[in-house]
Design a protein around this ligand. Structure first.
Ligand SMILES: C=Cc1c2[nH]c(c1C)Cc1[nH]c(c(CCC(=O)O)c1C)Cc1[nH]c(c(C)c1CCC(=O)O)Cc1[nH]c(c(C)c1C=C)C2
Ligand SMILES: C[C@H]1O[C@@H](n2cnc3c(N)ncnc32)[C@H](O)[C@@H]1O
Ligand code: SF4
Length: 463
């Protein structure tokens, strides 16, 4: 790998257009209500009939938080009333009953992810009963084959709680940090000490967690290159296996709470570029590999190895190392993927509760992939995960003539070739070192839905 990052500010400006993040294709914007609970049940039945039963991945959404962070774009409910969590947990168990009845019993749970909101809003006892409820209804893969991860708000846990999470079988952690500067923290309503965070990372290491991720953000109010640099000093003392560095998407018309962040407190476009470039250069100097999009990993981490081996995959959690698990989404707003279909639950906990109480799956919307969707998904995955598209491989899987089918897309990519972001041969296209930072710009011409959704301007910018 090049020891110097080829991040070019001119190119960053030129390619800062709006676009999806391709955690799925089609993206959630293409989900419709014609895909309902009935269709979901049908898809699960088909998936049970596959000759090789696919193992399962479970995502459980826990929407509660004690306090609100002003930047937050997640689906969450801020409450100090723990009864809401108790009630929600009971409804999750109702939903587990409905789901477990659909799946054949030769399909073990190999992956479990608790996300939010704040899963650690739940007490140790309630987290234990949630895991227990899952294990009573689904066969669990043997411990060595399990990947159990949880999003942890460091402000809600201590060393003892980390030991408890390890005892429950969790082997991966993702910690929210964002920025350690006190002024930035005040501006985002998230006070969080370096030492408490470092303690948690240390305890997680001691407990043998396989991978520890820290979430950081750039473009936050009052953030300066100096402040972000000091945050990175602190982060480097912890040396997490993975780092997610998200671009703060400020969309106050869509996320009301962001109105607490005055526009004037946000860094200007040029400063934001400096924040990104300097942070990326720093992470690179510190030995982190750039995986793609917002993700970095230390060499040794499974994500970095998958990137090297070309076995990386993209899913709703970002990048992943395993393909071909069927994903069951549980809880409000969660997304599932069964074979060639996606589905999403209703967004609000009340709607979720009403459905499962009535004995109905809380499916809100979804999509079944057409042959064209599957083809384009394959190409977009190749771009996002390997930075390379081998035409013959795609042709073999989808019986098309690549150059003929994607004539328009390839023409749209010509300017990117001219800018040195990719090379195009007769048999393949290849993203260059310089182009790695613009994966979604390379993927976008292959997206058949983009023209329409772009008109609605619903996506955040690349930088
Ligand atoms: C972990 C929580 C997050 C979820 N999404 C995001 C976070 C941090 C980030 C995010 N999601 C959206 C945007 C804006 C535009 C973009 O980059 O695509 C950002 C920064 C899209 C979005 N998320 C929700 C809504 C209503 C929208 C806009 C409409 C759309 O594009 O479909 C709410 C929402 N976010 C998350 C979930 C599970 C959820 C509820 C359905 C996760
Ligand atoms: C799950 C992670 O998503 C990130 N996150 C939360 N809200 C936003 C936003 N508006 N823009 C970008 N990233 C965000 C935080 O880093 C959090 O830890
Ligand atoms: S960032 Fe995490 S803790 Fe903060 S409001 Fe969003 S979900 Fe809750």
């Amino acid at each position: 790998m090049a020891d110097r990052l080829l991040l070019d500010r001119t190119l960053l400006r030129r390619y800062d257009v709006t676009g999806p993040r391709y955690t799925s294709y089609p993206t959630a914007a293409q989900f419709t209500e014609t895909f309902d609970a009935e269709r979901y049940r049908e898809r699960v039945a088909w998936s049970n009939d596959d000759p090789i039963p696919r193992p399962l991945s479970l995502y459980v959404h826990v929407p509660f938080c004690r306090t609100v962070c002003f930047y937050c774009a997640c689906n969450k409910v801020i409450t100090a009333n723990y009864r809401r969590a108790t009630d929600y947990l009971a409804r999750l168990i109702d939903e587990l009953d409905l789901q477990a009845a659909l799946f054949a019993d030769d399909r073990p749970v190999e992956q479990l992810h608790l996300g939010g909101g704040t899963p650690t809003y739940l007490t140790d006892e309630d987290l234990a009963s949630l895991i227990d409820a899952i294990a009573r209804r689904f066969p669990m893969a043997p411990p060595a084959e399990r990947e159990f991860s949880i999003e942890v708000d460091p402000r809600t846990v201590d060393r003892e709680r980390i030991r408890h999470l390890a005892a429950l079988g969790f082997n991966r952690l993702s910690l929210g940090v964002q920025d350690f500067d006190a002024d930035v923290q005040k501006a985002i309503n998230r006070m969080q000490g370096v030492e408490a965070t470092a303690d948690i990372v240390e305890e997680a290491r001691r407990q043998g967690f396989r991978s520890i991720n820290l979430d950081l953000m750039y473009g936050l109010p009052l953030q300066t290159p100096e402040r972000l640099s000091r945050t990175l000093d602190a982060v480097m003392t912890m040396r997490p296996d993975r780092i997610a560095l998200y671009n703060y998407a400020h969309m106050p018309q869509m996320f009301r709470i962001q109105r607490q962040i005055p526009d004037a407190s946000l860094p200007e476009a040029e400063t934001k570029l400096t924040l990104l470039v300097e942070a990326m250069e720093r992470l690179s100097r510190e030995g982190y590999r750039y995986i793609g999009m917002d993700h970095f990993a230390l060499p040794g981490d499974e994500l970095a190895e998958a990137a090297d081996n070309g076995t990386l995959h993209r899913n709703f959690q970002g990048y992943a190392t395993r393909p071909d698990l069927d994903l069951i989404g549980l809880g409000a707003s969660s997304i599932g993927q069964i074979g060639d279909s996606f589905s999403q639950n209703v967004r609000d906990p009340e709607g979720h509760a009403a459905a499962v109480r009535a004995g109905e799956l809380p499916v809100w919307r979804g999509v079944e992939l057409t042959a064209d969707d599957r083809l384009r998904r394959d190409v977009i995955q190749a771009v996002m995960c390997r930075g390379q598209v081998d035409y013959a491989a795609i042709e073999a899987r989808h019986t098309i003539d690549f150059v003929d089918y994607f004539r328009d897309a390839l023409a749209e990519l010509e300017p990117l070739v001219a800018d040195g972001l990719l090379t195009m041969g007769r048999a393949s296209l290849q993203v260059t070192e310089k182009g790695r930072f613009f994966l979604r710009n390379v993927a976008m011409p292959f997206d058949a839905y983009l023209a329409a959704s772009r008109a609605e301007r619903r996506y955040s910018r690349v930088i």
